[in-house]
Design a protein. Structure first.
Length: 427
């Protein structure tokens, strides 16, 4: 059963029932293209059925390798960029508590070229017993390659006897510099399926290994995704993933150029970053697509709230909300009501947060911002697995509605070409 519920009511004045009904045929075509694997980018559809067919032996290998690492080492540096790090970071942060000891420490590297970041990391690791997981599908991306060179050198210097055992590589099954090097050095390796692109790879070893190293239940994540992947309903009134894709498309057709993912739970911040890559790289091509932005409320209501309420009307908002939190924090009555908050006596902080959401949705609607709500029952591995699949499927259908290839990213190459020229890289 889906733990996700989408409320489209605040779109009523912008999209009519007949607008949705008129799009049904196009949705059916997109669905057929996707499921019969005849649409654009069809060699990258491995993510579609992977959760329901997840190889048992692979799950076992990941579990064994990560349990072994967790016994031997105390800190894991995960090197990767884009689709090779955002999904893992999103899930780990969503499941972690903001203060206190993490189950195991997972640190990310290779997603920036900052020397400040990497030199402080190397300094920090001096007091640790670290292992490194290097992730790159192509095996040639500059940022992670540089970070790997630095960290490999660190391990070789500080742990000369066993540095190779401290390195795990996740990369293409047969090609690329990293695959060749990993095989040569004898690292523990996992393969990224050929037919799964970077931003769709969180439910492959790319995301599952770091998430398992952090101590979370990866089988539950995959199960959550699998529970949605078996649904092949196409009726817009019955399939809320397709209706979300349809709503976004119709708003894009009405001239909206941006979608803001607004959430009231700060631990979803990196989930929003993952979502931004998934939607930005999948749809932003051929001069089409919605720019994916995000806002953490109520924090950002005190920075972006003014613009959202009264600025240029070129966007809509999707609220990602969570119905139940693991802890309840209630406000008590105070004898001297100096802060004038006694009217909230006995109310939970979640209740106040919920009212903040309702008040915000109402205000933004009054400000002529169409909005919808994607409500997650609670946050755990299973529901996050569902949410991942929800968005992956939505963006695939969204790309086909826009008539672009949702599975390539040709525009990411130009900066690299320029950077290599400026660096004097030999051709
Ligand atoms: O979605 C994508 O394909 C990209 O964001 C890649 O994940 C990113 O560029 C990193 O590539 P690689 O894993 O080949 O190092």
């Amino acid at each position: 059963m889906s733990q996700i519920n989408v409320n489209f009511n605040n779109l009523n004045q912008f999209i009519s029932d007949s607008d949705f009904a008129n799009l049904q045929e196009k949705i059916n075509l997109a669905h057929n293209d996707l499921h019969s694997k005849t649409g654009r980018g069809n060699d990258y559809l491995g993510w579609l059925d992977l959760p329901q067919n997840f190889p048992v032996d692979l799950m076992q290998r990941i579990t064994e390798a990560t349990e072994r690492y967790r016994k031997l080492y105390d800190t894991f540096v995960v090197i990767g960029i884009g689709g090779s790090y955002l999904g893992a970071k999103a899930i780990i942060e969503s499941l972690s508590t903001p203060f206190g000891e993490p189950k195991s420490e997972v640190i990310f590297a290779g997603h920036t070229l900052s020397s400040h970041y990497h030199s402080s990391l190397l300094e920090y690791l001096k007091t640790k017993n670290p292992a490194v997981v290097v992730i790159s599908k192509s095996g040639t991306t500059t940022e992670p390659a540089i970070a790997f060179r630095l960290l490999k050198d660190f391990l070789r210097t500080n742990f000369p006897n066993d540095y190779k055992q401290r390195i795990m590589a996740i990369t293409d099954s047969s090609k690329g510099t990293l695959r060749n090097f990993a095989d040569m050095e004898g690292y523990t390796t996992f393969s990224i399926p050929d037919d799964v692109g970077g931003r769709f790879s969180v439910l492959t070893p790319v995301g599952l290994v770091p998430i398992a190293l952090a101590g979370f239940e990866i089988a539950q994540l995959v199960e959550g995704a699998a529970s949605l992947s078996v649904d092949t309903e196409t009726d817009l009134e019955k399939n809320q993933i397709y209706k979300y894709a349809a709503a976004r498309y119709l708003l894009h057709e009405q001239g909206k150029s941006m979608e803001i993912l607004s959430y009231f739970e700060p631990r979803l911040s990196f989930f929003a970053e993952w979502w931004k890559q998934l939607f930005g790289e999948s749809e932003g091509k051929e001069n089409k697509g919605l720019f994916p932005a995000s806002a953490c409320f109520t924090t950002d209501l005190h920075s972006l709230g003014q613009y959202i309420q009264e600025g240029k009307r070129n966007f809509f908002e999707t609220f990602l909300t969570v119905a139940e939190q693991p802890h309840s924090l209630k406000l008590k009555k105070e004898q001297f009501n100096t802060d004038k908050l006694n009217y909230l006596e006995g109310k939970s902080l979640d209740f106040v947060n919920q009212k903040a959401f309702e008040g915000t949705a109402e205000a933004h609607l009054e400000g002529n911002v169409p909005n919808l709500e994607i409500r997650l029952s609670h946050i755990d591995e299973f529901t996050l697995g569902q949410l991942i699949y929800f968005y992956e499927k939505a963006v695939a259908i969204g790309g086909y509605l826009l008539e672009v290839n949702p599975f390539d990213q040709p525009g990411v190459e130009l900066y690299k070409k320029n950077m290599f020229r400026l660096l004097g890289k030999p051709s």
